[in-house]
Design a protein around this ligand. Structure first.
Ligand code: PEP
Ligand code: MG
Length: 579
């Protein structure tokens, strides 16, 4: 038995056999060609090559040749014109009589091997370009929008270097009972999706390839962030029992769904849910959510693997409203970029994508996408209670600009005599420190604030939310963050606008206590966490929560804050998995 410590990202316990996903690099099985199939297969390869070159032309032209991205794309395109490379692949199809997929993979692997054996450091490193090119050609050969990943046939625990949010969203709940990845952090979007799908997960485990053979039995402990390999009988029994206890705990917690979120001294609090897909509304409502506080609409892309048109947006918003049965729906406009769909959308790679053309900045850069979304959103608002919020606001200018576009679209719809909602509440996400610091200015223009603590923590502490190497530094309890939160709340109160929290911080009971004490009255958390937040709210008076927050704010280090809040939460709510 061996244990690996990682980062707990989605709670629960999963037990099952290991299933390794090595990504797209698994060699496809060869298919022997009949003689009459050869020409057709060469043609298929040529078509894929042409499509891949055209795609690279597009990247190179968009980027401009002086740009690093442009010159890489141009270099890749030249590779694909190399007569020796193309000749070897055609030769493998014609003479080796193997299908194009296999022939492409085999020849590329041969070339990759040659590059990796080179003495010269610079040229040796170029093998990664070939890995990339192989994937690109393969994708066109298979006419796939993106590479399809292997999945287990029967329930198993998926192991991977990393998973993108869309790969996570694609996981089949029946066959993937848990997953563990070498990379990634607790508030990465992969983690968020895992949580919403209810798949126990641990990330940031470091290199596992040589440590976990494919035949192993695994335990994913999403509570402690542990991966147990080939557990002994006693450990297995412990985890089977823990699984049962967690199930029981959840059943007890579910009773909270019916009860109002109100402190014992009568301070009412709104508990809403975060969703990535309209289907999740059902679980949110079952768990007693008052509405949806954050709909991450960029996940519409994960559903169809294509950018949604107006009809697709509208259909999704209508579906969510329908399932909400009169409850409010907060639509956050696209937050593409960084770890979300950047590659799939063909976004130009950036050296610091979290600081790059992400989110609202990308929406401004692609006005046709933004306008399409806003049209659908306004049309849906004619049929239900919709609020809109703009992500990654760094100053009032961006908020005004987004709002102006929204006004223009309203005018457009009015002229077209298309019904649309009026009096929409328009909120700003407070997730960039500059917006938090200048919250007084933003509060004058926004109808509400929703604090995104995942990004606020990342940007304030200069700690990448998805990087396991700095995960221990990712602490929303940092005194700097607490002061920012207090300031935002104060300005919200002064301007008389609601202030909510929709980042993962709201979902951790110790922090729920703290936020409550700071004065937060609107929580938005993963659907599965709604009962837990209600329970916390119902366990503490407003006065006591205030005292707890005041005490926490007087502490000097995140460690002290976490220890103090952890103790208070245990005292008020019980330690361990007990309820
Ligand atoms: C946040 O940043 O806290 C947030 C809620 O948005 P996202 O996690 O989608 O970036
Ligand atoms: Mg965010």
């Amino acid at each position: 038995m061996r244990k690996f410590q990682g980062i707990p990202v989605a709670p629960g316990v999963a037990i099952g056999p290991a299933f390794w996903r090595i990504g797209a690099d698994a060699l496809p099985l060869p298919r022997r060609l009949r003689k009459r199939e050869i020409d057709g297969e060469i043609e298929r390869f040529q078509e894929a090559l042409t499509a891949a070159r055209a795609e690279l032309d597009g990247v190179a032209n968009r980027a401009g040749m002086s740009d690093a991205v442009g010159s890489i794309a141009a270099g890749h395109r030249e590779f694909l014109k190399d007569p020796t490379l193309v000749g070897e692949i055609e030769g493998a199809i014609r003479n080796g009589r193997t299908d194009a997929d296999y022939s492409v993979a085999v020849v590329f692997r041969r070339w990759i091997g040659r590059f990796r054996a080179l003495e010269d450091d610079f040229f040796r490193q170029r093998y990664v370009d070939l890995v990339d090119l192989e994937r690109r050609v393969m994708r066109h050969l298979r006419r796939e929008h993106k590479i399809r990943q292997p999945t287990p046939d029967s329930p198993a625990i998926l192991l991977a270097t990393d998973l993108t949010p869309s790969e996570t969203a694609d996981l089949d709940r029946k066959s993937v009972v848990g997953f563990a990845t070498e990379q990634g952090g607790a508030t990465s979007h992969t983690a968020i999706v895992a949580k919403s799908l209810g798949i126990p997960a641990v990330c940031g485990l470091g290199s596992l390839v040589d440590e976990v053979p494919a035949s192993s039995t695994l335990i994913v402990d999403g509570q402690q962030g542990l991966l147990v390999v080939d557990p002994d009988a006693e450990t297995l029994e412990y985890y089977r029992d823990l699984k049962r206890r967690l199930k029981r705990r959840f059943r007890v917690l579910k009773r909270m769904a019916e009860l109002p979120a109100e402190t014992p001294d009568g301070w009412p609090v709104g508990v809403e849910a975060n969703i990535e897909f309209p289907l999740e509304v059902d679980e949110a409502v079952r768990n007693g959510a008052d509405g949806i506080g954050l709909y991450r609409t960029e996940f519409l892309y994960a559903d169809a693997h294509a950018l949604p048109d107006e009809a697709a947006h509208l259909a999704a918003y209508r579906e969510a409203l329908d399932r909400l049965k009169g409850r409010p729906l907060t639509i956050r406009t696209f937050d593409f970029g960084a770890d979300k769909f950047a590659e799939e959308l063909g976004m130009r790679p950036e050296p610091n994508p979290y600081l790059g053309c992400r989110s609202l900045r990308y929406s401004f850069a692609r006005p046709e996408l933004f306008r399409t979304q806003l049209r659908a959103l306004l049309r849906a608002a004619a049929e239900g209670q919709i609020r809109v919020m703009f992500p990654m606001i760094s100053s009032v200018s961006e908020f005004r600009r987004a709002r102006r576009i929204l006004d223009q679209i309203q005018e457009e719809l009015r002229r077209e005599r298309v019904p649309y909602g009026t009096g929409l509440r328009i909120g700003a996400m407070i997730e960039i420190p500059s917006a938090a610091i200048a919250a007084d200015l933003v509060a004058k223009e926004a109808d509400f604030f929703s604090i995104g603590t995942n990004d606020l923590t990342q940007y304030t502490l200069a700690v990448d939310r998805g990087n396991e190497r700095v995960a221990a530094l990712f602490r929303p309890s940092n005194p700097g963050i607490l002061r920012l939160l207090r300031g935002v709340l104060l300005e919200g109160e002064r301007a008389n606008i609601p202030v909510g929290v929709c980042g993962e911080m709201a979902a951790e009971r110790a922090y729920t206590l703290l936020l409550l004490g700071l004065g937060i009255r609107h929580f938005s958390v993963a659907p599965s966490v709604v009962p837990e937040v209600k329970r916390t709210v119902r366990s503490v008076t407003r006065q006591l929560a205030r005292e707890i927050a005041d005490h926490a704010l007087a502490l000097a280090t995140p460690e002290e804050v976490d220890a103090y809040l952890g103790d208070e939460a245990d005292r008020l709510l019980g330690a361990g998995v007990g309820v």
